[in-house]
Design a protein. Sequence first.
Length: 359
Amino acid sequence: MTQFSYQLIAWYNQNRRELPWRDTTDPYAIWLSEIILQQTRVVQGLSYFQRFIMKWPDVFRLSEASEQEVLRLWQGLGYYSRARNLLASARQVVNDFDGVFPNDYKQLLQLKGVGKYTAAAIVSIAFNKPHAVIDGNVIRVLSRIFGIHDPVDTTSGMNQIEELADTLLNIKNPGIHNQAMMEFGALQCIPVSPDCRNCVFNDQCHALKFNLVQVLPVKSKKVKISQRYFHYFICTEAKGKICSLVLNKRSDQDIWKGMYDFPMIESTKEIQFEELQKDTSFLNWASNPDYTLTAVSDLFTHQLTHQKIFARFYHLRFNTDIILISKNDLSLVDNSKLDLFPLPRLIDRYLNKLNGINC
DNA sequence: AATACGGGGGA
DNA sequence: TCCCCAGTATT
């Protein structure tokens, strides 16, 4: 065992959080936790893990779920392709591996949504095989302590990280070592303003010695943020006590694929309602649109990583039955059934603020 | 090799 | 309000 791993694991044993997926060697639970934790903080993912494991305790149960159910339980976590891939992989495991999780790195890579990081995490944590994980925490810890100055989003920089991670790996306890590395990055060697005075590596940390803690890891790429305007139409129809509204299932190569929102017109700038009405696509999915504009929302902003969405909601109460003429992704839904549908955060927030749709 | 894909937390 | 975070699939 290297001195580094010895110190790291000693720190881990003192500071580790108790988390449900740390009480098990069940590869299903470990896989599920790793998919949830991709791009997601533990505090945010924890309750999702518990709900998933409660609802689908094993890979067979999950494989029988519908995509809509899985997306609905995933709602709010973001990166929804993870949820779709989760279901696809569960079915892969059942169909191709008799429901037994593969314990081989290369086989795990065949599963949708499982890349190098997740494959290494599963084989090391569930099967104690020596594969070093490399995630954002590991990159930060290694680049700071050992002074990797090349940008980590380049081949050169990443090769150095990989070589270092492989060298340092504790091959007797790769699962513990990997978890300790990530926990250390998550709790001690945090992105901004880490508490270096109380760090077990502060006598050997390159970044601390050369005052580079705020500089490392170096990243070369910067994202450009585009701005999009969503003009949503909440179209309702009242039939006795039943209030129905039109939902749109998103299917394009775009954000929120598989999630539901409303019919809308998108533009690159703000547009007045009078202009929207003239748009050729305005309500072109309804036969005989006969409506009353009953409310117009404030402008909502929704910040994503590389786009900023400005949304306004127009409430259109139809005076006659809504008849959908194009069999695209639209459907007429009873508003009491709304909680069956996976909704993007923006939509969910608006509906909650509204305290439900009324016709 | 470059780009797209959500949402939450902290400065 | 803006800035930061970061695995995988696709192109």
